[in-house]
Design a protein. Structure first.
Length: 503
């Protein structure tokens, strides 16, 4: 703030940028809260904390934090399973864990998560948002599980076709999506108004003028919405199910924030993000949100890119956007209560579609089918099970794929004069390649001298070494020269291999 206080042009630039970010953040804060199954005010509280608390902290100067569509599914599942009262405790614990990870300098390691897993995570979230919010657009209760949401779309379409309030509500949501999609084709002067704000405002105006019978956001007041976690809820954090949710919140919020920071850094030529400090800042923000019983926060690429594109150069714009959210929520709460739920659902359906990397899928299929499989399996697993299980499965597949690709081994057989056979292994001999190695070795004759040369093996794991020694011991029958293993000195500080193994 002080960096621009003496420069009127800089102050004007930061104020205008903050207003743009505020207008983008307002409908998204409310929409994410409603989609998460919590009061709308909790999303606004998280947005306020993202501006007025995280906005002052070091890390990334230009990215903006608040409630994100990426955590909607996990929050919804947590509230359904543990109750709204536990949300604050879970967010509080996640924030403290983020602070610890940042202080231990784990921030940079979140960047090592496979891009396919992250894209699959976002695609899965997008699918859940799309299929879930279609029901909210129609003003009907959405099914509890992902498969039920997908299978129920046929019945939903039949309900919409019958007309009545279901069709009216769905039309409002569909109109909202149409405005969002077509806003980029409007004149440049009109586009100064952010598309989400314009779409929600037009839907609200159409609903009010037409006297349409559609559900609207329920408002209870900012102060009344604050529900700090009670002692009983804090003590419940020790259960296995809750700890799994805390880890899910921490992993996804941290990864999304730091990936967002990397993306924002590519948009400007200012100071680069310090990832460990940014992780601490996000942790402090989530700790405050948890203490207030609000939604978890992440750095959000939509708001962050709007901030950069609006010309922001310092932290002042993101701090001011939090101030505008606070003033609006405190002074004009009635304005929130007239927003149609169908319009917010339309915003989230549109956001969900944008989370699915359609353009990248074709390129991945052509050039990296393994990565395509990880992305697709992660997304489908999130849709059919849960966020946490889907991400864990994706990470396991990414690790398995990496292990498989790095464990290349080549088996070469040469027959020397005198009937001696030399088998040379090169590369990384691990248990993943044991079937191929043993198949080649077991096809060798059992009545000739054999030498197994391991000099070119870069790594030989314990399972593979034990299997080779067992093969060498039993391959040649009694009365035949035993198989000899030579050349491998071990890696990783292990003992030197013997020059030969007698059968």
């Amino acid at each position: 703030m002080l960096a621009v206080s003496g420069n009127p042009a800089a102050v004007r630039r930061e104020v205008l940028a903050s207003l743009v970010v505020f207008l983008v953040a307002l409908p998204l804060c409310v929409g994410v809260a409603v989609a998460s199954g919590v009061p709308a005010e909790l999303g606004l509280i998280t947005g306020i904390v993202g501006g007025l608390v995280v906005g002052f902290l070091p890390g990334s100067a230009l990215q903006v934090s608040g409630p994100a569509a990426g955590l909607t599914v996990l929050v919804f599942e947590a509230v359904r399973e543990f109750g709204l009262g536990m949300l604050g405790a879970i967010v509080l614990a996640s924030g403290m864990l983020q602070i610890g990870l940042g202080l231990l300098r784990f921030g940079r390691w979140f960047r090592a998560i496979s891009v396919s897993v992250v894209q699959g995570m976002l695609a899965g979230i997008g699918l859940v948002l799309v299929f879930g919010q279609l029901y909210t657009m129609a003003g009907v209760k959405q099914p509890g599980s992902g498969p039920e949401k997908v299978l129920g779309t046929a019945g939903l379409a039949a309900d919409i076709a019958t007309g009545g309030t279901v069709l009216t509500s769905f039309a409002v949501g569909l109109g909202t999506i149409a405005v969002l999609v077509g806003w980029k084709r409007m004149p440049a002067g009109v586009q100064l108004v952010p598309a989400p704000l314009a779409a929600v405002a037009l839907a609200t105006a159409a609903t009010a003028i037409g006297g349409l019978d559609v559900a609207s956001v329920q408002v209870q007041g900012l102060v009344e919405a604050i529900q700090p976690p009670a002692m009983g809820e804090l003590t419940s954090l020790g259960s296995t199910a809750v700890l799994g949710t805390v880890l899910g919140f921490t992993l996804i919020a941290s990864a999304e924030s730091l990936f967002s920071a990397a993306a924002v850094d590519r948009m400007h030529d200012g100071p680069r993000t310090h990832y460990d400090k940014e992780l601490v800042a996000q942790g402090i923000g989530n700790t405050v949100c948890g203490a207030l019983g609000a939604l978890p926060m992440t750095a959000v690429i939509v708001r962050s890119s709007a901030n950069v594109q609006a010309g922001a150069k310092t932290k002042a714009s993101r701090i001011l956007h939090g101030l505008w959210l606070l003033m609006f929520t405190a002074l004009l709460p009635v304005a929130i209560g007239i927003i149609p739920l169908a319009a917010l659902a339309g915003v989230l359906v549109h956001a969900g579609c944008k989370l699915i990397p359609v353009k990248e899928l074709a390129a991945l299929w052509r050039g990296h089918r393994g990565e395509f499989a990880i992305l697709a399996i992660t997304a489908v697993a999130i849709l059919t099970t849960s966020m946490f299980e889907g991400v864990v499965l994706g990470l396991m597949l990414a690790v398995a794929k990496s292990a498989w690709e790095t464990s290349h081994v080549h088996v070469e057989t040469r027959a020397l004069t005198g009937g001696r056979i030399v088998v040379t292994l090169s590369g990384n001999a691990t248990f993943l390649r044991l079937p191929r190695i043993l198949q080649a070795l077991e096809e060798l004759p059992k009545d000739q001298p054999i030498e197994l040369d391991l000099a070119d093996v870069r790594h030989l794991d314990h399972a593979c070494r034990a299997a080779l020694e067992a093969w060498a011991a039993r391959h040649n029958p009694a009365g035949t020269e035993p198989v000899r293993m030579t050349g491998y000195a071990g890696t990783g500080g292990g003992p030197t291999a013997p020059a030969g193994v007698a059968g």
